[in-house]
Design a binder for this molecule. Structure first.
Ligand SMILES: Nc1ncnc2c1ncn2[C@@H]1O[C@H](COP(=O)(O)OP(=O)(O)OP(=O)(O)O)[C@@H](O)[C@H]1O
Ligand SMILES: [Mg+2]
Length: 495
C-alpha cells in the first residue's frame, strides 16, 4: 500500500429535497487498500459510493485521485479515472454473451459488436487474473446472479478500473460464491486494485478489509484498522448504542398444536415431490444452495408457480391449486425474495405500500379505516424502524434496506395463517435484522405457521424449529434446531 497514492473525498455533502443525507465526509483510501464502509440502513453508504462512482453528484466537497483534484459528473468521467461502481442492480445486457458484455461500449464506433481475437485474448487474461470460470459465449440471461456479478467485475477490469466500488456484492451470493468473490477481491487488491466495499456482514468486513469507515445518519463516525475492531465495536459505532446480538429464543411449539399447512407431493417445473407439514406456531426453515428449489417451493405453495401434482391444505381445507387468489383467501402470505420485482410498488408511498396488502380485506370487514389504518401502519413502521423515513415518501427514494423493511412490514398488519418468507433480512442492517427475527418469532407465537428461506445458515438454523434441506428440487434432509452448520452444509452439497 502506498499512502500517498489513493482516492480521497474532502468535505463531501449531499442533500435530497433539502434533507442532508451526507454531511461533510472526509476520507482517504490508499491505493490497493480494501476499505469497508458500514452503517445502518439509510446511513448514506450507497450515496457515498455513487458520488465516487459518478452516478450521483455531490453538492459540495472535493474528490482527489493521487492527490490531484478530479471532477466527476458522470459514470463516464469516473471510468476515465479508473473508477468503477458495481451496484446491486447489475447493468448487463441479458441477451448478449459474456464476452460482448465485458467489452460492450468500449469501442464506441463498432456499436457494441465485438468478436475480435484481441478481445478473446484480453478476456482470457482477465479470467486468469481473477480465477473466474466463465464461458465467454454464454448468454448473460442464462447465468446465475453470482456469475453475472463476475461478468460485471470483468467489465470493470476490462475498462481499466483500478478502483472498484462494490455495493453489497455478497448479499445475493451463496456461501461458495461468497468465498470465491472474497478470494478475488484479495487477489485484485494484492495486484494494486483499490476496493471500496459496502456490506452488512460484519465478520466478512473484519475478515477482508484493511480499514473500516462507519457512517451514521450521513455523518462520518470513524475510520480505523479492521484489526482493532470486533463485531460488537462496529455495531455500537453504527448504531450509537449497545445492541443485543443473539438470536432471540424461540418458544417451543405447543404440544398437540394443530397442523396449519400441509403440502403433499408438490411437483412443478422446479421442484419434485415436496411434502411439508407446519403446525400452529411452528417455524420451518428451508436451507440449500441457490437454485436448489427453495424459493420455487414457496412460489408453488403460494400458487404463483404452476403445480403439476400434489395438494396444499390450510387447516384441513384444500386450497385451489395454481391460484394466488385462493392462496391469499386461505390465509397464505408471501414475502418474496426480490423486493423490486415482486413486492413493492415503487412509485407509491411507504404508507400505501404497507397498507396495500391488507387494505381491501380490512375495510371490507369494516375493521380498520382511515385514522386507525394510519395508526396501525405507523405502529408497524416504528416496529421495523422506518422512523427516519417520511410516511409519504415514495418507496423508490428509500435506501435498499429500508425498502426491505417496508416490504416486510406490510404483512404484519394482519397476521396470516401461513407466512412464507424468502430471504427476510437480505440487505438489512444488524439492528433491523434482529428486529425482523423477533417479529417472525412473535408472529409464530401468535399462531402463524412460518416457512422461512435463507441463504444464511446461522439465520435459518437459529430462527427455525426444524430445518429442511433442499437439493436439486427435492427435500433431502431434515434437522432440528440443534443441528450444526456443518451438518446442514454437508447435506446441501453432497450428491
Ligand atoms: N434518489 C433519492 N431521493 C431521495 N432520497 C434519497 C434518494 N436516494 C437515497 N435517498 C435517501 O438518502 C439516505 C441514504 O440512502 P443510501 O441509499 O445512501 O443509504 P445506505 O446507507 O446505502 O442504506 P442501505 O443499507 O439500506 O442500503 C436515505 O435516507 C435515503 O432515503
Ligand atoms: Mg445502500
Amino acid at each position: 500500500m502506498d499512502p500517498i497514492r489513493g482516492i480521497s473525498v474532502t468535505g463531501t455533502g449531499k442533500r435530497y429535497a433539502g434533507i442532508p443525507v451526507l454531511s461533510d465526509i472526509s476520507l482517504k483510501i490508499a491505493e490497493g487498500e480494501i476499505h469497508g464502509i458500514l452503517g445502518e440502513n439509510g446511513a448514506g453508504k450507497s450515496t457515498l459510493l455513487k458520488i465516487i462512482g459518478g452516478a450521483v453528484m455531490a453538492d459540495s466537497g472535493t474528490l482527489r485521485l493521487n492527490g490531484m483534484p478530479i471532477k466527476i459528473s458522470s459514470p463516464r468521467d469516473s471510468i476515465a479515472h479508473g473508477i468503477s461502481l458495481i451496484s446491486q442492480e447489475l447493468s448487463l445486457i441479458p441477451n448478449r454473451t459474456v464476452l460482448e458484455n465485458v467489452f460492450l461500449g468500449r469501442w464506441a464506433n463498432t456499436a457494441g459488436l465485438v468478436k475480435g481475437r484481441r478481445d478473446r485474448e484480453h478476456f482470457t487474461a482477465l479470467i486468469r487474473e481473477t480465477g473466474f470460470e466463465l464461458d465467454p459465449d454464454m448468454v448473460v440471461s442464462r447465468l446465475s446472479i453470482g456469475q453475472a456479478q463476475q461478468v460485471e467485475i470483468l467489465k470493470a477490469l476490462a475498462r481499466g478500473a483500478t478502483i472498484l466500488c462494490m455495493d453489497e456484492p455478497t448479499a445475493v451470493l451463496n456461501e461458495m460464491e461468497k468465498a470465491n468473490l472474497l478470494r478475488v477481491i484479495r487477489r485484485l487488491s494484492a495486484a494494486g486494485t483499490t476496493i471500496i466495499l459496502v456490506s452488512h456482514y460484519l465478520e466478512e468486513v473484519l475478515d477482508i478489509c484493511d480499514r473500516v469507515t462507519i457512517l451514521r445518519d450521513g455523518h462520518h463516525i470513524s475510520t480505523a484498522d479492521a484489526s482493532g475492531h470486533t463485531p460488537e465495536s462496529l455495531v455500537s459505532l453504527m448504531v450509537g448504542r449497545e445492541v443485543d446480538f443473539l438470536m432471540p429464543d424461540i418458544p417451543p411449539v405447543r404440544p398437540g398444536a394443530v397442523t396449519v399447512l400441509e403440502a403433499r407431493g408438490i411437483c412443478s417445473n422446479s421442484v419434485q415431490d415436496i411434502s411439508i407439514v407446519v403446525r400452529r406456531g411452528e417455524i420451518l426453515g428451508l436451507a440449500g444452495l441457490v437454485g436448489s428449489g427453495r424459493s420455487e417451493t414457496l412460489l408453488a405453495l403460494f400458487g404463483a408457480d404452476k403445480v403439476s401434482a400434489g395438494s396444499v391444505a390450510i387447516n384441513g381445507q384444500r386450497v385451489q391449486p395454481n391460484s394466488i387468489r385462493d392462496a391469499i383467501k386461505a390465509g397464505i402470505a408471501l414475502v418474496p425474495e426480490s423486493r423490486k420485482d415482486q413486492g413493492l410498488v415503487m412509485s407509491r408511498s411507504v404508507v400505501e405500500n404497507i397498507a396495500l396488502a391488507t387494505l381491501g380485506i380490512r375495510s371490507a370487514a369494516g375493521f380498520v379505516r382511515g385514522v386507525a389504518e394510519n395508526r396501525a401502519v405507523a405502529d408497524i413502521s416504528i416496529a421495523v424502524d422506518l422512523r427516519g423515513v417520511r410516511a409519504g415518501s415514495p418507496i423508490a427514494a428509500l435506501s435498499g434496506g429500508n425498502q426491505q423493511k417496508a416490504l416486510f412490514a406490510k404483512w404484519l398488519l394482519a397476521p396470516p395463517e401461513v407466512l412464507l418468507v424468502d430471504e427476510p433480512t437480505r440487505g438489512v442492517d444488524v439492528a433491523a435484522k434482529s428486529r425482523i427475527h423477533s417479529m417472525i418469532i412473535e408472529l409464530a407465537a401468535k399462531g402463524t405457521a412460518v416457512v422461512v428461506v435463507s441463504s444464511e445458515l446461522e439465520e435459518v438454523i437459529g430462527l427455525s424449529h426444524r430445518v429442511n434441506v433442499m437439493r436439486r428440487g427435492r427435500i433431502v434432509a431434515e434437522f432440528d434446531r440443534n443441528a450444526s452448520r456443518d451438518d446442514v452444509m454437508a447435506s446441501a452439497f453432497l450428491k
